[in-house]
Design a protein around this ligand. Structure first.
Ligand code: SAH
Length: 490
């Protein structure tokens, strides 16, 4: 039994550490704060107990003593407990106190540091907290207390004289008093200062001013918590080093319509390019039951999607079979993802057409002798491939391994969809299902991105003209086409 005090980073899901993700995936109990990335718990076990221990609107909804009691109780019960906190657990996170409470009760704990907001928010605003020419020291302080109260534990005169960068957490409300104190302590009024709201998250805002003007500027701009304030020469470097605004999809909202399980890879890449991403997973992959096909009967086995590969293997494995069951057949794969899924299972496909559509495979098979073929795929798919093979005199069996079923969108997902600048469609079923679930249709000014001609045709059959069509019919192709379109429109 161990309680893990885990930092979740400042908000960008990509800044969760590998160790944090691993522990989240194993935990029996997760006690989490408000300021954690909204996808942080996606990898938790379905049967894990998730306990919210955050603060709503400043007031504690779960007190510190209660949190410590929870950790001790679950720790004693011998469960794997993850205490997930924003940023780093030992930087203004009361992680030290929680560790002490556990030690007092002789409960084992481990600490997993996180990326702290005081470093990350400035970094995402183009501000290095140290710089050889501008700051060789950095101090982290809490701006939580009213500096004018006699019981303030911070020595503001000493901080005013501190020879380096001051990074202030929790200081938005007290900003006027803090800057007054620093000025009174002799810090130069024209020293650069910056404030970064919602650092690393979509909707990050940053502004640069001086020590004497930052409080007023921040208030005029409506800057609110959570925000980090930076005092020091380094703040001026934002002019040169701002970078998130330069990313190819900065400021754009993209709706991703793939099935939930597959959406995350595309979403992560879009976020990395600067987009705000909403997953509107209108479809779910529903495996179909059935026997494993008699694979040794076929001289050609065609797989048309990574899901098909995964589910064929599930059927094979439940019958005690492995890759050797395909030894007698040529294996054809549509698309690099399908090819990769086969490779991961020890099979190098014999035929991978250059065009990732059924027609491409028909062409690639032109000179391949086929007598009996198996096409393993989704229940509702076009019959281009089986029909073409049959016309050539082959005997063709089609096995449906899964169906794609529509998923109802949540209010939040619908709201994201309505705001989208781009909606990506990676298959015909994403078109059909999104239209079936999107109340009131798609937003009129969103640009529709199609993975290829088949998906485009499905859009057109619903009276929707795609604005962008990928020339490579895979995820890389979709990203390339989207970036090119965004660049052309800037
Ligand atoms: N343990 C956390 C800090 C908790 S105190 C860490 O290491 O980052 C909470 C304060 O952190 C907020 O008031 C704010 O000042 C800062 N903060 C947290 N997330 C932030 C973000 N995404 N952008 C800017 N400041 C943030």
């Amino acid at each position: 039994m161990t309680v893990y005090l885990v930092g979740a980073g400042p908000g960008d899901p990509g800044l969760l550490t590998a160790r944090a993700l691993e522990l989240i995936a194993h935990a029996d109990v997760i006690v989490y704060d408000r300021l954690i990335p909204d996808t942080a718990l996606d990898g938790a076990r379905a049967d894990a107990e998730l306990i919210y221990a955050g603060k709503e609107g400043g007031g504690p909804s779960v007190g510190q003593a209660e949190i410590e009691r929870l950790l001790v109780e679950h720790g004693h019960a011998g469960r794997e407990v993850v205490r997930l906190k924003g940023g780093d657990p030992f930087v203004f996170g009361r992680g030290g106190e929680e560790a002490q409470a556990l030690r007092d009760q002789e409960i084992d704990f481990q600490v997993v540091p996180g990326v702290t907001a005081g470093v990350a928010a400035p970094a995402y605003a183009g501000i290095p907290v140290t710089h050889r020419d501008a700051a060789s020291a950095v101090a982290f302080l809490t701006g939580h207390e009213d500096p004018d109260k006699p019981e303030s534990v911070l020595d503001w005169e000493a901080l005013a004289r501190f020879p380096g960068t001051l990074v202030v957490y929790m200081g938005v409300r007290q900003l006027p008093a803090i800057t007054q104190r620093l000025l009174a302590g002799g810090r130069p009024p024209d020293e650069p200062a910056a404030i970064v709201q919602r650092g690393t998250l979509s909707g990050q805002r940053a502004l640069v001013a001086t020590l004497s003007t930052i409080a007023e500027d921040a208030s005029a701009a409506g800057i609110r918590a959570p925000a980090i304030t930076v005092f020091g020469q380094v703040a001026a470097l934002r002019d040169q080093l701002a970078w998130i605004e330069r990313r190819p999809l900065a400021g754009l909202t993209v709706a991703v319509t793939r099935a939930r399980a597959q959406a995350s890879a595309l979403s992560a890449r879009l976020r990395g390019l600067g987009a705000e991403v909403f997953e509107t997973p209108s479809i779910r992959i529903q495996p179909l039951d059935g026997p494993v096909p008699a694979l040794s009967d076929y001289d050609l086995v065609c797989l048309t999607s990574p899901n098909g590969v995964r589910l064929l293997w599930e059927r094979m494995e439940s019958a005690g079979l492995d890759a050797r069951a395909l030894a007698g057949a040529r294996v054809a794969a549509i698309g690099p993802g399908t090819d990769r899924a086969l490779r991961e299972r020890g099979v190098l496909a014999d035929i991978v057409p250059e065009r990732f559509v059924a027609e491409g495979l028909v062409e690639a098979l032109a000179d391949v002798p086929v007598q009996r073929a198996l096409v393993a795929r989704a229940a509702s798919a076009r019959d281009v491939l089986p029909d073409a093979l049959r016309r050539r005199g082959a005997q063709v069996d089609v096995v449906a391994l899964y169906e794609t079923v529509a998923e109802q969108l949540s209010e939040r997902e619908l709201a994201g969809l309505r705001r989208a600048d781009y909606i990506t469609f990676t298959s015909s079923s994403t078109v059909e299902n999104l239209l079936a679930t999107a109340d009131g249709g798609l937003p009129a000014d969103a640009r529709l991105v199609s993975i290829g001609p088949v998906t485009s045709q499905t859009l057109r059959s619903h009276g929707l003209e795609p604005h962008v069509e990928a020339s490579r019919h895979d995820i890389d192709g979709v990203l390339e086409a989207l970036i090119a379109d965004a660049a052309a429109r800037r």
